[in-house]
Design a protein around this ligand. Structure first.
Ligand SMILES: *[C@@H]1O[C@H](CO)[C@@H](O)[C@H](O)[C@H]1NC(C)=O
Ligand SMILES: *[C@@H]1O[C@H](CO)[C@@H](O)[C@H](O)[C@H]1NC(C)=O
Ligand SMILES: *[C@@H]1O[C@H](CO)[C@@H](O)[C@H](O)[C@H]1NC(C)=O
Ligand SMILES: *[C@@H]1O[C@H](CO)[C@@H](O)[C@H](O)[C@H]1NC(C)=O
Length: 366
């Protein structure tokens, strides 16, 4: 990430990769592997997080997934299952939720501000299992490949020509994204200027900071995640890192030197692969405003199937939408950079429709 964006500490991109697991690809798994799997499951099971409500009815797991043993790299994950009274978790879609930054923790933002079970129990009532992954442990010289769109690209390429792929990848949903540096810059400066956020001179000179939004949830998250009892319950920080946990890491951000300047070619490839792609924007976001996203989408040159129209949540307009061949774009009314935090109800409606692969209602209903 470059230029003005690097100054914006709250910059993050929500992404959702949506994966359904195959029922029993592991039928052929050896008993030894199965035993190892059971052992890891027990080891990663969260007994109880300090301060959690007494009545939680879902299972949680967390721990590290080693991605490069030699380099000492591992990803931390937190898997939350649907409540046990809603059928077996294995029958539900698995959602992978990643926040951007780059370098920001999906637990700090996704779980504690946006859609986590202790933040929004309703997201978990019946629809999904959620997996949040937060950044790698130690990154001396990270060549962080691939999150979000790039991860989707990798999965799609892996699955190409495979009959029963191990990861039955269905699609991805990405919110307030940075799709293309050039178009996003143009759209962002324009948005700031025509919303009266910057003067003519500033618009000409460009940049400078956006309205700050560091709020107290983040402060509490920082304190909570640094508690030794919380880290123990999460099976986290097992190597006793010599520095505290923070919500966005400058080390991760600063080491990502091969960040592509555009996601458009990857979008083209994924659209061609026929997976479900929805892009949404909180329409008051000044960090990655809808103007930039719309310019970027326009640059994809997709055929319009359903032109710009309002979508409804019951009797109220939830935002606007345009359906393209291979992709759906939506705005969410009155939401900023973190849509589920600002407009949880609209976010849930959008999210549920995405999971079911049905278009949002284009007229008021009850
Ligand atoms: C747990 O209890 C609280 C307060 O009584 C309630 O608001 C919440 O919905 C309950 N959660 C579950 C998962 O039952
Ligand atoms: C704003 O960003 C552009 C690059 O997008 C850069 O060329 C310019 O120097 C920056 N201006 C200010 C005032 O920071
Ligand atoms: C890891 O644990 C050590 C020792 O308890 C603590 O000093 C450090 O702040 C922790 N670091 C992170 C990143 O959680
Ligand atoms: C989503 O639904 C459309 C029809 O509305 C269908 O053509 C498409 O194949 C579905 N996509 C996925 C990924 O399930």
């Amino acid at each position: 990430m470059k230029g003005h964006f690097s100054k914006i500490s709250s910059l993050l991109v929500s992404l959702l990769a949506f994966i359904t697991l195959l029922h029993s690809t592991t039928a052929a798994a050896t008993t030894a592997a199965a035993r190892q799997h059971r052992y890891q499951r027990l080891k990663d099971k969260i007994v109880s997080l300090p301060g959690q409500p007494a009545n939680v009815s879902f299972h949680q797991y967390s721990g590290y997934i080693t991605v490069d043993k030699k380099q000492g790299r591992a990803l931390f994950y937190w898997l939350i299952e649907v409540p046990t009274n809603n059928g077996p978790a294995s029958s539900k879609p698995l959602v992978l939720w990643l926040n951007g930054g780059p370098g920001c923790s999906s637990i700090a933002y996704g779980a504690f501000e946006e859609v986590g079970p202790f933040r929004r129990p309703i997201f978990f009532s019946s629809i999904l299992r959620l997996e949040l992954v937060f950044r790698t442990r130690t990154l001396p010289s990270t060549k962080s490949p691939a999150i979000k769109e790039q991860l989707s690209q990798i999965i799609v390429r892996l699955n190409k020509g495979v009959k029963n792929p191990e990861i039955n990848f269905k699609g991805f949903l990405v919110g307030n994204p940075l799709l293309d540096d050039y178009h996003d810059n143009i759209g962002t400066f324009e948005f700031w200027w025509n919303h009266g956020l910057i003067s003519d001179t500033t618009y000409q000179i460009l940049n400078e900071t956006c309205p700050g939004s560091d709020n107290c949830i983040i402060k509490h998250t920082k304190i909570y995640m640094n508690r030794p009892d919380v880290q123990k319950a999460f099976h986290a920080n097992v190597t006793r890192l010599p520095y505290p946990w923070i919500t966005c890491s400058d080390i991760v951000r600063g080491s990502w030197t091969d960040s592509p300047t555009t996601m458009l070619p990857i979008f083209k490839e994924l659209i061609k692969a026929g997976i479900r792609i929805w892009v949404f924007s909180g329409d008051t976001d000044a960090v990655l405003p809808l103007t930039g996203t719309r310019y970027s989408i326009k640059a994809l040159n997709l055929k319009t199937l359903i032109d710009w129209h309002a979508w409804y949540d019951k009797d109220k307009v939830g935002g606007w939408s345009q359906v393209y061949e291979g992709m759906t774009y939506l705005t969410v009314k009155g939401a900023g950079h973190e849509v589920p935090m600002d407009r949880p109800r609209l976010a849930l409606t959008l999210f549920a429709h995405f999971l079911k692969n049905i278009t949002l209602p284009s007229s008021a209903h009850n």
